[in-house]
Design a protein around this ligand. Structure first.
Ligand code: ASP
Length: 341
């Protein structure tokens, strides 16, 4: 029978109600979660690895990179068919993408969790774990990078987004759509994963990168404050296809002159940054000023890529390549290449 390594890190799937704290807190280790998950034994032999009881919002880049090293070790074991990481769902769109950037293996790496805790009605942990293990042993998902599964869908790490705070079906891929599903314990593929981005070498730490969101009535003062606070890099989630007020651009120019990497992303959930607009603060003026132009990566993922890329000591050009869409990736079906909206 196939062997799957499962790395447990905490999250709602591990939580119990603590009357003193007045709410849910992490409590169950891997063995206790598996004891509540019948049916896994018919899919694979499970190797349980406990890596703490952490709410996903508490994870640091150092934690994520350390978990990544454990996953890589499991992937390098020839007796292991695939790896499942079990974690809180709050930051799954960041952690899965971080691992997607640094792990090297053709084997599936599946990230899952639960939207309800074990003591709550509708606890979805067992079904998600069974789907994750089925995905981890599936030849269909080889060469697919890191994939997130909850509520039966398979989402690519470079696009997966938490779209709802509490729904079971919280996860979607706004740019390219889902990769497929797990139905009755089998992977049903709908599309292949495109080319992937790489951070190289694998960093030991993430750089200090802030994500700042533009909006009506905002200028670049937050950006100036972030630089004064010692930021190594900034991602600006600009409006629309990558536009801001002139004040943001002026602050970004000050930051870039001081050697800080600045990336221009969009606050929209899908679609690439465009150079169609050349008014002061328009995308074209940012790119002309030297900002790194983000492709269809959402701003949250762009921050992960910039933090890990800077941590790895990558050049400005290499950072640009990690933030842009990989060469050979198709135009996302639901995003216009040069939106004029
Ligand atoms: N709500 C979260 C979860 O689904 C809590 C966390 O991310 O740790 O696991």
């Amino acid at each position: 029978m196939a062997r799957v390594a499962m790395v447990f890190t905490g999250g709602t799937i591990s939580m119990g109600f603590d009357p003193v704290a007045g709410g849910n807190v992490p409590a169950l280790d891997g063995a206790s979660i598996l004891a509540r998950t019948p049916g896994l034994e018919t899919i694979a032999d499970i190797v349980t690895i406990d890596r703490g009881l952490t709410p996903a919002s508490h994870l640091t880049f150092e934690d994520v990179l350390a978990i990544g090293r454990v996953v890589q070790e499991a992937l390098d074991d020839s007796s292991v068919s695939g790896v499942v990481v079990v974690q809180g769902t709050d930051t799954i769109e960041e952690t899965s993408f971080a691992w997607d950037l640094v792990l090297r293996s053709a084997k599936p790496v599946i990230v899952t969790g639960a939207m309800r805790a074990p003591h709550e009605a509708g606890f979805d942990g067992p079904a998600n774990l069974r789907d994750a293990v089925a995905a981890a042993v599936s030849p269909e998902l080889r060469e697919s990078g890191v994939v997130v599964t909850l509520a039966g869908t398979l989402e690519p790490a470079d696009d997966v987004t938490k779209l709802h705070t509490s729904a079971f079906t919280s996860f979607g891929s706004p740019n390219g759509g889902t990769l497929g599903r797990v139905a009755d314990g089998r992977v049903v593929s709908e599309r292949a994963r495109g080319p992937r981005r790489r951070v190289d070498p694998v960093p030991a730490a993430g750089a200090r990168v802030h994500l700042l969101t533009a909006g009506i009535g905002t200028d670049g003062s937050l950006l100036d404050a972030a630089i004064a606070g010692g930021a190594d890099g900034i991602v600006v989630a600009a409006t629309g296809a990558g536009n801001t007020s002139p004040g943001w651009l002026a602050a970004a120019e000050r930051a870039m002159a001081a050697g800080v990497a600045v990336a221009l992303a969009s606050r929209c959930p899908a679609g690439p940054v465009s150079v169609a607009y050349a008014f002061p603060g328009g995308g074209a003026t940012w790119v002309r000023a030297g900002a790194l132009r983000v492709g269809t990566l959402c701003a949250i993922k762009a921050r992960v890529a910039l933090a890990l890329g800077l941590g790895a000591g990558m050049s400005h050009e290499a950072l640009g390549a990690v933030l842009a869409d990989p060469v050979g990736s198709e135009s996302p079906p639901r995003a216009s290449p040069e939106p004029l909206g």
